[in-house]
Design a protein around this ligand. Structure first.
Ligand SMILES: Nc1ncnc2c1ncn2[C@@H]1O[C@H](COP(=O)(O)OP(=O)(O)O)[C@@H](O)[C@H]1O
Ligand SMILES: N[C@@H](CC(=O)OP(=O)(O)O)C(=O)O
Length: 306
């Protein structure tokens, strides 16, 4: 099986979501697939800003809800003429926005708690996973959205929660064993929950870590990390035009560089993969024909790449 992770830049428009759904559909022809998805580009930032404004007593809740509704209604154009799927998604959108409004109003009327901030930040992923699942269903794929709060067990360090690996492994493996081989779960990245069921977040960029946990715990053949650049570079290619793409990296070396902040991924993104010896293939959703970058465990036979 493979785990495919799509970051926010890969699902930032209806056209990109359609492209992502096509990539996933193609992958199901040869592999059992688990998808991990982030919030649409910019949505988590908007939620962070909203929370900060709330702290200063300056948040306009109806205006925020209207912007979130508009953005996701526009993204839902990807469902085209699939009226029932579109209706289903719009109902989920309204339920999720009502939940967001409820938490924001609670936070406005009492001392805002870090747990509520995580509940607010989780909204972006909770709006994207059902949309991508519906888009896959429109292509005949048996997909469903999976809220990761039932899979990723964490402590209560809100904003940057620590994952309980043993509890998470047990849940993830039991959950996966019950899935049909043709079924494609679309899991919300970035979020988990405390043993009491309180939503937590794994730190900004945390979907990389969510995907790595699932890939390691399921013994995936590979974790495909789909993003907006065609691999990992010697420096951030957006800031440094001289940056050069790596074709392959030794996973264990990349792990150290990533902890030093040099590869643009969540700090813990490679931890579970190094421990389990799972390769990573970093690829571009904008240019899927490009070879990308392979991160290979030190003992991988080179013939596996290709
Ligand atoms: N060494 C690096 N190699 C590749 N990309 C990097 C590197 N350092 C930083 N980045 C940045 O990481 C970005 C992709 O990560 P991110 O913005 O989180 O995307 P996603 O939406 O896929 O999660 C790239 O657009 C790039 O600017
Ligand atoms: N949406 C979250 C989690 C994440 O990982 O996003 P992305 O994959 O787009 O970096 C964030 O912006 O922090």
């Amino acid at each position: 099986m493979k785990v495919l992770k799509f970051g926010g830049t890969s699902v930032g428009s209806a056209a990109l979501i359609a492209r992502v759904a096509d990539l996933i559909t193609r992958a199901t022809a040869t592999h059992q697939i688990v998808v991990v998805v982030s919030a649409a580009a910019g949505v988590t930032n908007e939620l962070v800003n909203a929370w900060d404004a709330l702290q200063q007593g300056a948040l306009d809740v109806p205006a925020l809800l209207a912007r979130m509704r508009q953005r996701h209604r526009t993204l839902a154009h990807v469902l085209g003429h699939h009226a029932a799927l579109r209706r289903g998604y719009l109902a989920t959108l309204e339920e999720t926005l009502s939940q967001l409004a409820r938490v924001l109003r609670m936070a406005q009327s009492q001392n805002a708690k870090p747990a509520w901030r995580d509940e607010v930040l989780a909204t972006g992923e909770r709006l994207m996973a059902p949309l991508l699942a519906a888009t896959l269903k429109a292509r005949g794929v048996a997909a469903f959205a999976q809220d990761a709060t039932t899979l990723i067990c964490t402590d209560a360090r809100h904003g940057e929660a620590n994952v309980n690996l043993e509890a998470t492994r047990e849940r993830v493996q039991q959950w996966f064993a019950r899935l049909g081989k043709q079924t494609v779960p679309v899991v919300t990245g970035f979020i988990g929950a405390t043993p009491e069921g309180q939503t937590t977040t794994l730190g900004r960029g945390g979907s990389d870590y969510s995907a790595a946990l699932l890939a390691a715990m399921l013994g995936a053949e590979v974790l495909e990390r789909w993003t907006d650049v065609d691999g990992l570079y010697t420096a951030d290619p957006r800031k440094n035009p001289e940056a050069r793409r790596y074709q392959t990296l030794v996973l264990e070396e990349a792990w150290a560089w990533n902890h030093a902040g040099k590869l643009g991924m969540h700090r813990k993104a490679l931890d579970p993969l190094v421990a389990a010896g799972i390769p990573v293939h970093v690829r571009s959703t904008l240019a899927p024909e490009q070879p990308g970058t392979w991160l290979l465990p030190a003992d991988t036979p080179q013939t596996l790449v290709g």
